[in-house]
Design a protein around this ligand. Structure first.
Ligand SMILES: [Fe+2]
Length: 263
């Protein structure tokens, strides 16, 4: 079964309005349920969103096509209150070394994976410091002894500057600053599996992105860094967001309303 998109068209409009500091009141017909298509298109034009992509999300016709999972990759979805949050693991079969990305609300999934496959969890990489993504970090450290890396302050974690490369067995992990949703959010690009993948945290969702609303600059940072650091990756790169389903660069380049194609 396909996971539902994280955001509907009203969520997207709300994030764009908040990010730009524009009152949503003037777009009431676009926020209606079901939304009025001409109003959606007019709102998209005013807010710098891709109109066709926004309409496709509103109609429920945008479905990301992530393709097959690579070997050595696992996704975990846990509930943080009423919100589903994703965390991930990758491992190098030959060396038995693994890495986790965030913990979500509950790290049982990665603990089971490590135990069942006889892996050693070397590192936990944090996408950003919001509580839903790191809720079970203490327990994961206690159970595995893994080293924790982050670019934003997180208890018990080592700080690194984005750009620093890591290795987990034969897997190469590069780090890219994708700030905006959070001040020093990181996207981790993993090479060495049968497909390249990128763990984006909340910098990008299938068909949306995490909100960036504290000021105009953080919203513009989010748009700029995600376009530059994520959407520039090869088209078939598997994208692993902090919420909602898996997707690819190719799917988001067409289907994400926040990143209209520049012609
Ligand atoms: Fe977040």
């Amino acid at each position: 079964m396909r996971a539902m998109l994280e955001d509907n068209s009203a969520d997207i409009l709300g994030k764009a309005c908040a990010g730009l500091g524009i009152s949503p009141d003037q777009f009431s017909a676009a926020f209606a349920d079901p939304p009025d298509e001409p109003a959606l298109r007019a709102a998209a034009a005013q807010l710098g969103l891709g109109a066709d992509a926004l309409v496709a999300v509103a109609r429920g016709t945008y479905l990301p096509e992530p393709g097959p999972d690579p070997d050595g990759f696992a996704m975990f979805t846990t509930m943080f209150g009423d919100m589903a949050v994703n965390s991930y693991a990758v491992w190098d079969e030959a060396s038995g070394l693994a890495a986790a990305f965030d913990t979500g609300a509950d790290c049982d999934g990665v603990l089971d994976l490590v135990r069942d496959r006889g892996l050693r969890l070397e590192a936990v990489f944090i996408t950003h410091s919001h509580g839903d993504h790191i809720y079970d970090l203490d327990r994961l450290i206690e159970k595995t002894g893994a080293e924790v890396w982050t670019a934003e302050p997180v208890d018990r974690a080592k700080i690194f500057a984005p750009g620093k490369p890591f290795a987990v067995g034969a897997l190469a992990i590069s780090t890219r600053l994708t700030c905006g949703h959070s001040p020093c959010g990181v996207t981790y690009v993993v090479d060495g599996l049968s497909r390249r993948l990128a763990v984006t945290g909340d910098a990008l969702f299938a068909g949306s992105m995490g909100g960036a609303k504290s000021s105009k600059s953080t919203y513009s940072d989010a748009l700029r860094t995600t376009r530059r650091e994520i959407l520039s990756l090869p088209a078939d790169t598997l994208l692993c967001p902090g919420h909602g389903p898996l997707t690819t660069v190719a799917s988001e380049a067409v289907g994400n309303p926040f990143f209209p194609r520049t012609r």
